[in-house]
Design a protein around this ligand. Structure first.
Ligand code: ZN
Length: 320
């Protein structure tokens, strides 16, 4: 029986407060349970929410002293060594996810689709392995407009991959990237990102829902301003089983570096200081409220628990 159903019965039945209290306590104590459906597909149940994490593969970026902007390379390599990771290269995992609420199937971010290196583009296959038809996705919620989060919306032939989904994007993100004057003034290295946003959203601009970060996007889906990584970067929370689940997109990149050292700035953060403050604010919130946490570039199943450690935090992924 679901937690909300038990609550309903507890509230409606003429049983003692004690019994009702015992029922609710049992519900609140029920932690999320994870199961691995296939390699790269993890399903987590949190009360009435079913969360399916989908690996899209990984990036192997050029790794040198520029990757972390404000820490000595030796310290960066030491942090990788401490985590048991190689110190001469990096892997950045990509993990979109689907949350089913009973009435909605919401995809959060998309992965690279057909537009990335061969180590990426696996999310759609993993969605099928999870038993979810792309045409059954009712909503896609986007944290920000970097390619790894939006490219999977449209294939190379131009067709929408989730044809029945309504798209929800943060208004400040839309306003920043869709500003033609800003695109014209941008350095050449960034013009491709502006063009990519137009390729994905241009033909459907009128139907994209632009929400204000902080607003309730859909019933049960709350948005949380998380600016810094990009001008409109936004996190989301949902409630299930008496707990809150947060998906924080790119608030952190490689966890061994930026969860453990939240004051470090990854080269992709567009406003490093705002991103640093957001990282601290959201991580403190997740720990304080004992939230279940998912992140696009977290490791393992990319969903789990956050705790404080030293001057930073530690992420422990759930295992199926
Ligand atoms: Zn990203």
């Amino acid at each position: 029986m679901s937690c909300s159903r038990r609550r309903f019965l507890a509230a409606g039945a003429s049983i003692t407060t004690l019994l009702a209290g015992a029922g609710l306590a049992g519900c609140a104590a029920t932690g999320p349970s994870a199961s691995a459906l296939a390699p790269g597909v993890t399903r987590v149940r949190l009360g009435d929410l079913t969360i399916t994490m989908l690996s899209d593969g990984f990036f192997s970026p050029r790794f040198d002293e520029n990757f972390v902007r404000n820490a000595p390379f030796a310290a960066v390599q030491a942090a990788l060594r401490d985590a048991g990771l190689p110190t001469d290269r990096l892997e950045i995992p990509l993990s979109p996810l689907v949350v089913e609420t009973g009435s909605q199937r919401i995809l959060f971010d998309t992965g690279m689709g057909e537009f990335g290196p061969p180590t990426t583009g696996r999310a759609l296959g993993n969605l099928t392995r999870a038993g979810i038809d792309p045409s059954s996705i009712t909503a896609v919620a986007i944290t920000h407009f970097h390619g790894d989060h939006i490219n999977g919306l449209r294939n190379k032939a131009g067709a929408l991959v989730f044809p029945n989904a309504k798209l929800y994007v943060p208004a400040p993100e839309w306003d920043w990237w869709m500003d033609d004057g800003r695109m014209a003034a941008a350095p050449d290295a960034m013009k491709g990102q502006f063009a990519n946003v137009r390729r994905v959203f241009g033909p459907i601009a009128a139907s994209v829902v632009r929400f204000r970060p902080g607003d309730t996007v859909l019933p049960g889906l709350q948005s949380v301003p998380a600016f810094g990584h990009t001008p409109g970067h936004t996190a989301f929370t949902m409630k299930g089983g008496g707990r809150t689940f947060m998906y924080w997109g790119d608030t952190t990149n490689v966890p061994a570096l930026f969860v453990r050292n939240p004051d470090w700035a990854v080269m992709f953060d567009m406003d490093a200081e705002a991103a640093r403050q957001t990282r601290r604010r959201l991580a403190d919130l997740v720990v304080r409220e004992n939230m279940l946490l998912a992140g696009f570039h977290l490791d393992g199943s990319a969903i789990g628990h956050l705790s404080t450690r030293g001057n930073g935090y530690a992420f422990t992924a759930l295992r199926g």
